[in-house]
Ligand binder design. Structure first.
Ligand code: PLP
Length: 423
C-alpha cells in the first residue's frame, strides 16, 4: 500500500501524462496488470478497457500468441540498426503489409510511432513533388476536424481551431483547410464543390492531400460519407497531388474494413496504433511505385529519414503475430458483433438529457453531449460500472478490443450511459 502511495506521489510530483499540467496534475489511476479485456487497478478492481489503450490493444492483454512472439524474438535479437542491415522480422512484416493493403501500395517505411509515420509521409509528398520538378508545391490540403499526431508537421494538418495546437500556429507551416466532410447521407455535392474550388485556387502551391479516411478520430470522432473519399481521389488526380490516407486509427479492421483504403486507394498509407496489437510502438508508411520513383528523382536521390529504432525487431515480430491472429480470428464477425452491440446498447441515449448525438461505425461507439464532459465525474461513474473510458471535449466514446464479449459490450454501454448522466 505505502509502495503504491509512494508511486502515485512521485508520479504526481515528477511525471507528465498526456496533455496534462505538472503544476496542477490531473488524477491518474495506478494499473497493476492487464489480462484479456480487463485492467487491474491498484485497489484490485478489474475494469473493462473500453478504450483498447487508445485504440491499439485490439486483441486485449496478455495475449499468449503475442507474448510468445516477443519472448521468441528477444531470444534472438531485440534490436539492431536498420542502416546497412536488415532482418527477417522487418522484411516479413513489410511483405505482409504489402500483401494485405491494396495492390498499388508496394513500398514500406517502418516508423517508430504514428506521428513519425505522418512526418515521413509529409516528407515523401514534398520530396516526390521536388522529384517531379515542382519544388514550389509545399502546402498540404487537409480537412477541418482532423487529427494526425502531436509533432510539428502533424500539428500543421490537425484542426486549426478546435485542435490542441492553436498556440503553435505562428511556427507551423500554413496548410489549406477544407470543410469537415458531411456525415453519411449529408450534402456531399455541396462539400465537394468547396473542396474543388479550394484545390483549384491553391493548385500551384499544393503538394498533397492528408486526411483520415472515413472517420476523424481524436479531432472529434466524426464519421463521414464514403463518397467524400472518391472526391478527394479525383481532386488529387486532377491537380497532381499525392493523396495520403492516415489510417493510424481506422486501419486493421476498426471501421469494418481491414483498411478504408480498400474502397479508395491512396498514394501513401499510414498504419499505426493497432499494428502491434498495442504491445509496442510501431507504425508503417506504404507508398506506390510512382511515389517512390518521384522521391528518387528529388535532388538527394534518397528518402531523407532514418530513425534510430527503425524496424525494431521486437515490434516487427509482435506485429506479425498480431496480424496472424487478426487473420486467424474472424475479426470481421467480431467487429460486426461489437457494432450491433454498441448500436443497440447506445441507442436509448439518443433521447437522454444533454445528449446531442449518438453514432456508431464499425467497432466505434460515440455519444456526443451538448456540453463539455466533466471528465473526472464521467470516468468515475464508468469505473463504478467496471469500465475504463477516457472522454474528451464533448465526447464519451468507446473503441473496445475486438475480443470483448457480448456481456462486456453491454457493460460498456451501461457505463457510457452512467457517465452521460453525470457528465
Ligand atoms: C493516434 C493518431 C496519430 C498519432 O499516432 P502516435 O502513435 O500517437 O504518434 C496520428 N494519426 C491518427 C489518425 C491517430 O489516431
Amino acid at each position: 500500500m505505502t509502495d503504491l502511495l509512494g508511486l502515485l506521489a512521485f508520479d504526481r510530483a515528477h511525471v507528465w501524462h498526456p496533455y496534462t499540467s505538472m503544476t496542477e496534475p490531473a488524477a491518474v489511476r495506478l494499473v497493476t496488470g492487464a489480462d484479456g479485456v480487463r485492467l487491474t487497478l491498484d485497489d484490485g478492481a478489474q475494469v473493462v478497457d473500453a478504450m483498447s489503450s487508445w485504440w491499439s490493444a485490439i486483441h486485449g492483454y496478455r495475449v499468449p500468441e503475442l507474448d510468445a512472439a516477443l519472448v521468441e524474438q528477444s531470444g534472438r535479437m531485440s534490436h539492431v540498426m536498420f542502416g546497412g542491415l536488415t532482418h527477417a522480422p522487418a522484411v516479413r512484416l513489410a511483405e505482409r503489409l504489402v500483401a494485405i493493403t491494396p495492390d498499388p501500395l508496394q513500398h514500406v517505411f517502418l516508423a517508430d510511432s504514428g506521428s513519425v509515420s505522418v512526418e515521413v509521409a509529409i516528407k515523401m509528398v514534398l520530396q516526390h513533388q521536388r522529384g517531379l520538378g515542382r519544388p514550389e508545391r509545399t502546402r498540404l490540403l487537409t480537412l477541418r476536424g482532423g487529427y494526425h499526431g502531436d509533432t510539428f508537421g502533424c500539428m500543421s494538418v490537425c484542426d486549426p481551431v478546435g485542435g490542441m495546437h492553436s498556440m503553435f500556429t505562428a511556427v507551423l507551416p500554413p496548410q489549406v483547410f477544407a470543410d469537415r466532410p458531411p456525415a453519411p447521407g449529408g450534402d456531399v455535392a455541396g462539400w465537394a464543390d468547396g473542396v474543388r474550388r479550394l484545390a483549384a485556387a491553391h493548385a500551384h502551391e499544393l503538394a498533397g492531400i492528408v486526411v483520415e479516411p472515413l472517420l476523424q478520430g481524436a479531432g472529434g470522432m466524426h464519421a463521414y460519407d464514403p463518397a467524400c473519399l472518391v472526391v478527394l481521389r479525383e481532386v488529387a488526380d486532377e491537380h497532381g497531388l499525392v493523396l495520403v490516407f492516415d489510417e493510424i486509427a481506422t486501419g486493421l479492421g476498426r471501421t469494418g474494413h481491414l483498411f478504408v483504403s480498400e474502397r479508395v486507394v491512396p498514394d501513401i498509407l499510414c498504419v499505426g496504433k493497432a499494428l502491434t496489437g498495442g504491445y509496442l510502438t510501431l507504425a508503417a508508411v506504404l507508398t506506390t511505385g510512382e511515389v517512390a520513383r518521384g522521391i528518387s528523382a528529388s535532388e538527394s536521390g534518397v528518402l531523407m529519414h532514418g530513425p534510430t529504432f527503425m524496424g525494431n525487431p521486437l515490434a516487427c515480430a509482435v506485429a506479425l503475430a498480431s496480424l496472424d491472429l487478426l487473420e486467424r480470428r474472424d475479426w470481421r464477425a467480431d467487429v460486426a458483433r461489437l457494432h450491433d452491440g454498441l448500436t443497440s446498447g447506445l441507442a436509448p441515449l439518443r433521447s437522454a438529457p444533454g445528449v446531442a448525438d449518438v453514432r456508431t461505425l464499425g467497432a466505434v461507439g460515440v455519444v456526443q453531449l451538448d456540453h463539455p464532459v466533466d471528465v473526472a465525474k464521467a470516468t468515475q461513474a464508468a469505473l463504478e460500472e467496471g469500465v475504463w473510458i477516457r472522454p474528451f471535449r464533448d465526447l464519451i466514446y468507446t473503441m473496445p478490443p475486438y475480443v470483448t464479449d457480448d456481456d462486456d459490450v453491454a457493460r460498456i454501454c451501461r457505463a457510457v450511459a452512467r457517465a452521460t448522466e453525470v457528465a
